[in-house]
Ligand binder design. Structure first.
Ligand code: SAM
Length: 300
């Protein structure tokens, strides 16, 4: 049976739903919601110049490359990927904390603007904070959409929260839970907090710095709420602890008395038995008892 297809487009092109980047099986390390949001932004923005920090298996790079005229992607590891072979894709292998400031300085020197950045590289608090500050410190980041992946992870979030956005007059909008993240259910990552897209909109052409905070104020930040919910979930999924049986103090007291009396009785019998065994008549009659035992076993 052939795969169900979408309606034929005016161009004559026919596609199935699984041909679409949001649904296609790929190495893109993002959820369907994150993929859709990123794809939507890139479709609108159509960057002339884009940067990605964190190439990994090239999933997000493929989509950034599909919408951009020029892309620079940074990763510790050199990727062996078809997307890396594309003429407008430039791979920078090494630590973004060294390579990125150098590239940004070069772009600024050339008077160029970076339209789009995906920050998805170093996931330590200090690492993500440095990548963001390097970007915001650069004049090449003037009219730019910066998207940060994994803002729902508490370690990443601490770094993202540590950036002092208010000190950059060009930062127009900060929505750190633009696409909220998730609590993993799959066994290998059960209860771990990952995902989510944060958004920083930079607009150096704003008339003036109005002194208002660029941080979104409409909604409670979702990541800390999800962290609390995760703790509730973990507690709820703990196996129920069996209640110890209720103890009646009067019954305990009664059992204590019974035990003491039984001990005393046992000691009394033990003393009596010792007295019998050490008496003269008991010792004199020992051969008789022995013969009785032998006689009984012979009868059986
Ligand atoms: C989560 S993966 C990126 C996923 C990719 N953006 C996607 O959506 O398919 C993170 C990548 O960042 C890279 N990375 C970690 N620290 C880095 C650093 N200091 N500089 C450059 N890349 C780094 C890792 O090697 C890894 O490949």
């Amino acid at each position: 049976m052939s795969k169900p297809q979408l309606n034929k487009r005016a161009s004559g092109e026919r596609r199935t739903l699984t041909d679409l980047p949001a649904f296609a099986a790929s190495k893109w390390q993002m959820s369907t919601g994150e993929r859709s949001a990123l794809e939507g932004l890139l479709c609108q923005l159509k960057p002339a110049l884009a940067i990605e920090i964190g190439t990994a298996e090239g999933g997000s790079l493929e989509r950034i490359a599909a919408h951009s005229d020029e892309v620079h992607s940074f990763d510790l590891v050199e990727p062996q990927l078809p997307v890396a072979e594309l003429e407008h894709v430039h791979i920078h292998s090494g630590d973004s904390h060294h390579l990125l400031p150098a590239k940004l300085a070069e772009l600024a020197e050339e008077g160029r603007n970076v339209d789009f950045v995906l920050v998805d590289g170093d996931h330590s608090s200090g690492g993500v904070q440095k990548d963001l500050e390097d970007l915001l410190d650069s004049p090449a980041i003037g009219n730019t959409v910066i998207v940060i992946h994994d803002i729902n992870n508490p370690i990443v979030r601490a770094g993202v929260d540590a950036v002092r956005y208010g000190t950059y007059p060009k930062v127009a909008q900060v929505e750190l839970d633009c696409v909220p993240g998730y609590v993993f259910a799959m066994p290998a990552l059960r209860h771990e907090l990952w995902g989510g897209l944060g958004l920083i909109r930079v607009d150096a052409q704003r008339d003036s710095y109005d002194g208002l905070s660029p941080m979104q104020q409409l909604y409670y930040p979702a990541a800390p709420l999800l962290e609390e919910m995760r703790d509730v979930l973990v507690a709820r999924e703990q196996p129920a602890v069996e209640e110890p049986p209720q103890v009646d103090p009067a019954e305990v007291e009664w059992l204590r008395t019974e035990l003491a009396e039984t001990k005393e009785l046992a000691e009394r019998y033990s003393r009596t038995a010792e007295g019998i065994e050490s008496s003269l008549s008991w010792r004199v009659t020992r051969p008789l008892r022995w013969m009785k035992t032998v006689f009984r076993s012979a009868q059986r």
